[in-house]
Design a protein around this ligand. Sequence first.
Ligand code: 6GU
Length: 239
Amino acid sequence: MKMDVLALFPEIIAPALQTGILKRIQDDGGLSVNVYNLRDWTTDKHKTVDDYPYGGGAGMILKPEPIFAAAETLNAESDAQFIFLTPQGIPLTQPMVEALSLETHLILICGRYKGVDERVREKIVTKEISIGDYVLSGGEIAALVILDAIARVLPGALGDFESAHEDSFSKDLLDHPHYTRPADYEGLKVPEVLLSGHHDNIKKWRYVEALKRTAQRRPDLLKELELTDEELAIVNKAK
Ligand code: 6GU
């Protein structure tokens, strides 16, 4: 998979690409990422990327010409999805991340200032994405969120155990609690069942804890699930 990022502050994104899963999957050839500075497609002496809004008002607008020029260069094969990052976009979810990970070429356009000339949206943008209901000063961090989220679901990103684990029943619930050694930290004990070696009981305990945690913190997630009477009893008790 190929991802191009068009940004005014590429230096926000570049270092994160040299770390962790994002670095490994690029080294292994599963992902190719390039980050470009939008100013490289300006033609004037001052490398102007923004201008005043027609009709007046506060804030600057990203000019169309550099973005159209960059789009033409980066999409030579003309099969890319153009994703514009904006708080006005569709809120990002894990199913969206998984769908995007199946694309061959994504071009992420990071907004800044007051926004972008509307003709960019009309002509080249195929999808607008937001990473949540709050406002960032630019789309760079949002692009990084999307890059990271996609990288970790690409084939070969996680070990077999982790991927298999994720595909299990626990998918639509919050994660259960985890413990590691020591079994007793200054009187704070690890639940007995986890030390028992009884795998069925451990699995059951983890599922119940995940259900309880989801009921307490994210009851909205449970609305999507069809729960058995036993599961409903656990949920109602946890609330
Ligand atoms: Cl994608 N961009 C900006 N500037 N702010 C955001 C966002 C994106 N998603 C949430 N807030």
